[in-house]
Design a protein around this ligand. Structure first.
Ligand code: GTP
Length: 479
């Protein structure tokens, strides 16, 4: 159970809870905001995050008891964070993402069973449970975009701009790049209007301003599913008779054995299993970045495009526009490789050479250097780093110059970058379509202002009186 910061909060605070049921695990987020400011931008912040172990795509079908216990523990933690008298009014939402979208495609009844088991636990909590649902890829992209722009203050218009309407909207929004285990999303406001493909087009009116947003979610192109796609493509291209495969995306000396059925039991991969004369795959790393990049390239089909421009697999992508925030696994991987900086983005050639060097390092050396990192994560940073470069450069077309517009983001302030905050802001109607009217002054500010004006008035009157009615003593002194 991971626990984050717990700052003392002023009184009159409201709370909301969102559970992100992802493909690897579930995270529970507790958000808080001052009640009287709930329509302002940037006031909601994360006060707690708790990791529900086992409640992910593999946990759904395996250790359900462990997942259930871990969920109860996180709900208990939330009960400690939110004051008891507010439990009943605190909404709880659960959104399941691509892992569950895949599970639903594969086996609808398991997916329904898991959701109702989770719903049962959440109904029995003292909070105001609002329901569990699988969110669409489009929603995942849109809410991620709303979250980062809300937290970056990009929806905020300084009040004085109301008097100078021609200067409004001088500040742009930031695009959002989200990499999960099962899907990846790209969302931004393009220059080109209208957006050529209806299914990639969203319209928002937020704080009195219109946004035409492009979004696409690539199911099966999250980093875990992309590895499977790559392995299936490698197997198809190889002539192995015993299931041994040299894999350039793993470190030299690394060995992994996988069941062929696990690889193919997945709607992302067209079933080719029956033709194979072996049941297990023996992967042997040889840490060759260039070859890894070539094998990954094969999972992006760029042979057709029915629009003026595409990313891959015939999906429309308008020219990239503005700054981008890249989060979730984009951040986890780049952060591990020391390629995230607070200030200037690390140039593309340095990122490439760092990933290349890392891939070539022997596995025993890497393992010895990072003994505390989970082997699953550590063994895949070479693949993941190379995949991120392929996706961003070849998939989306980030050139060396455009790369400089990407900022890898873990947190913005105290809140994690991700879709959950945007989801809650939307469901609680905390982002109004119109700009809220300027609030009248508070009582204290009003009294302060009155006292200040009175003092200025007295000072002016006194000065005037002194100027025109100089006291006699002063007049004598001057003669
Ligand atoms: N290195 C590292 N990887 C992580 C960590 N947490 C999650 N991941 C991996 O990062 C990827 C994205 O994880 P999440 O952000 O939880 O995304 P998800 O919920 O699986 O996303 P969807 O594909 O939309 O379902 C997955 O491959 C996880 O295994 C972490 O703390 N460190």
């Amino acid at each position: 159970m991971a626990v984050s910061q717990n700052k003392p909060l002023p009184k009159n605070i409201k709370y909301g809870i969102v559970l992100d049921a992802g493909s690897s695990h579930t995270n529970l987020y507790v958000y808080a905001w001052p009640a009287e400011k709930e329509n302002d931008t940037g006031v909601v912040h994360q006060v707690e995050v708790c990791k529900v172990e086992g409640l992910g795509i593999s946990g759904y079908s395996q250790d359900t008891e462990k997942a259930g216990l871990s969920l109860q523990q996180c709900m208990k933690r939330a009960q400690e964070v939110v004051p008891e008298q507010q439990h009943g009014e605190t909404p709880v939402y659960l959104g399941a993402t691509a892992g569950m979208r895949l599970l639903s495609l594969q086996n609808r009844s398991i997916a329904d069973r898991v959701l109702s088991a989770v719903e049962k636990t959440l109904h029995s909590s003292p909070f105001n449970f609002q329901g569990a649902r699988v969110i669409s890829g489009q929603e995942e992209g849109a809410y991620g975009w709303i979250t980062i722009n809300y937290l970056l203050g990009n929806f905020r218009q300084p009040g004085w701009l109301n008097f100078l309407p021609h200067l409004r909207s001088s500040r742009g929004t930031s695009g959002a790049l989200d990499l999960g285990g099962a899907s990846t999303q790209i969302t931004f406001v393009p220059d080109q209007e209208p957006i050529e493909s209806q299914e990639n087009s969203l319209h928002f009116r937020l704080y009195g301003k219109n946004y035409n947003v492009y979004t696409h979610s690539f199911l099966c192109y999250g980093k875990d599913q992309a590895l499977r796609l790559k392995l299936a493509s490698d197997l198809q291209a190889s002539s192995t008779r015993n299931g041994s495969l040299l894999d350039p995306c793993f470190h030299p000396g690394y060995l992994r054995i996988m069941n062929i059925s696990d690889l193919y039991m997945n709607p992302c991969i067209a079933n080719g299993e029956q033709q194979l004369p072996f049941t297990q795959l023996h992967l042997q790393g040889n840490g060759d970045y260039q070859r890894c990049r070539m094998t990954i390239q094969k999972i992006f089909n760029t042979s057709h495009c029915p629009y003026s421009s595409c990313s891959f697999n015939g999906i429309f992508l308008p020219p990239l526009q503005g700054e981008f925030g890249a989060f979730s696994a984009f951040y986890f991987v780049m952060n591990f490789l020391n390629l995230t900086t607070e200030k200037n983005p690390v140039p593309l050639d340095k990122v490439t050479s760092t990933v290349e060097r890392f891939c070539s390092r022997p596995w025993h050396e890497v393992k010895a250097e990072f003994p505390k990192i989970k082997e699953k994560y550590l063994s895949e940073y070479c693949f993941s780093g190379t995949y991120i470069l392929s996706l961003l450069e070849n998939g989306y077309g980030f050139t060396t110059e455009k790369w400089q517009s990407i900022q890898f983001l873990g947190k913005i302030g105290s809140s994690d970058a991700g879709w959950t905050l945007g989801y809650m802001l939307n469901l609680t109607n905390m982002i109004p379509a119109e700009k809220p009217p300027t609030r009248p002054l508070s009582h204290a500010s009003y009294v302060g202002l009155m006292v200040f004006c009175s003092l200025v008035l007295v000072a002016v009157l006194l000065l005037g009186w002194l100027t025109f009615h100089k006291p006699k003593c002063l007049q004598k002194g001057l003669i």
